[in-house]
Design a protein around this ligand. Structure first.
Ligand code: N2P
Length: 361
């Protein structure tokens, strides 16, 4: 009898033990087209931690999830203004930098810029940074206006934009990108929270609606690469991904990206941990892995977004490390502007204006 119990116990343990040694996982919620998939596979190979990976293409999507609570996510990637809102709402874990041994690789200048949103860098580290400009099909634009895109004037004036509507234009579905760009174009403060300024910017964009095929923040990569559209207001790395996809497919679409002369928005996306992250240890291990220079360099190669990890740059081919669309030169740097989070009433106004821009109502 005793022997039977012991045998049963052994059998039970043999079955239960592997399940009991709970599989380690980390739940990641990141922007689409924002990582080298090989990095995720290697992370699991090296650490034994399985990655569950979900994507989004707007801060609004991430914010809605976060405000609904209990996301189950361990690492999220908010842009600056959303980082600012989430940190002040108290829904982010306070980082223990001692647990991020690779944080010493962070680029001091980029870290400083991130502190505009997260004073003291207590809730986040930079993942990537980039400008928002114009991506276009060189041949199709040249056929229509006989020159390249250099100025926002060519995109934000209805009579100019109209010249491209037959080959199709996309704009980002992102009020936090589009409104500041237009404010700057109108020679207003790009960071203005003045309702009248915001209304003027929205009116201008609303006036362009009939020449915009779609407001969307991720489809333009393939649409440009396939030649389905000829121009998009675009995030730098995504524009270059479109260029590379076209090249790899042997398509004749030659895609260029420009940060226009009037100046462009600089944005930073950060790595943060929700306060109720179910796998805190794994979240730290994952973030620390992304801060490894070789890993960060792989992500730059795959995404064409500059990394906040400074030594990664030295590991890149000069064609990437010295591409001013990825790592802007000094002159471009001076023409870049950043924005901060609007307060809640202003955010509401921006959301309402954005619906009007897209629908006319
Ligand atoms: C990646 C887009 C990330 C830039 N496709 C917007 N935060």
């Amino acid at each position: 009898m005793k022997k039977q119990i012991i045998l049963a116990l052994i059998a039970f343990l043999a079955v239960a033990a592997p399940a009991g040694a709970a599989e380690r996982v980390v739940n990641i919620f990141n922007w689409s087209d924002y990582i080298d998939p090989g990095v995720l596979a290697d992370f699991t190979r090296e650490t034994g931690i399985k990655v569950l990976y979900d994507t989004y293409d707007s801060n609004e999507m991430l914010e809605a999830r976060m405000l609904a609570g209990a996301t189950g996510y361990d690492v999220i990637v908010p842009s600056g203004p959303l980082l600012q809102r989430l940190a002040s709402a108290g829904v982010l874990h306070t980082l223990d930098r001692k647990r991020l041994t690779n944080a010493t690789n962070l680029w001091p200048e980029i870290d400083r810029r991130l502190q505009l949103y997260d004073p003291g860098s207590t809730h986040a580290v930079d993942y990537a940074w980039f400008t928002t400009g114009v991506a276009y099909n060189v041949a199709k634009i040249n056929a229509r206006i006989g020159k390249p895109i250099t100025s926002w004037d060519q995109v934000l004036r209805a009579d100019s934009l109209k010249k491209f509507s037959d080959c199709a234009v996309y704009m980002l579905d992102s009020p936090e990108d589009m409104l500041p760009i237009v404010l700057n174009y109108l020679k207003l403060d790009p960071n203005s929270k003045n309702p009248n300024d915001l209304r003027r910017a929205a009116d201008l964009l609303g006036g362009l609606r009939r020449n915009v095929k779609k407001f969307h923040s991720s489809e333009y990569i393939n649409a440009l690469a396939n030649g389905d559209i000829c121009l998009a207001v675009a995030w730098a790395g995504d524009a270059l991904q479109a260029r590379n996809r076209a090249r790899e497919a042997g398509a004749d679409a030659n895609i260029a990206f420009v940060a226009p002369v009037e100046g462009a928005l600089i944005s930073l996306d950060s790595l943060a941990i929700p306060i109720d992250a179910p796998h805190l240890d794994e979240a730290y291990i994952f973030i620390d892995y992304l801060l490894r220079p070789d890993v960060a360099a792989r992500n730059v190669r795959a995404t064409n977004f500059a990394s906040g990890v400074l030594p990664a740059r030295k590991l890149l081919d000069p064609s990437i490390a010295n591409d001013p669309s990825i790592y802007p030169d000094e002159a471009t740097m001076r023409r870049l502007f950043a924005t901060t989070a609007p307060d809640q009433p202003t955010q509401k106004l921006m959301t309402r204006l954005w619906t009007m821009v897209k629908t006319g109502r």
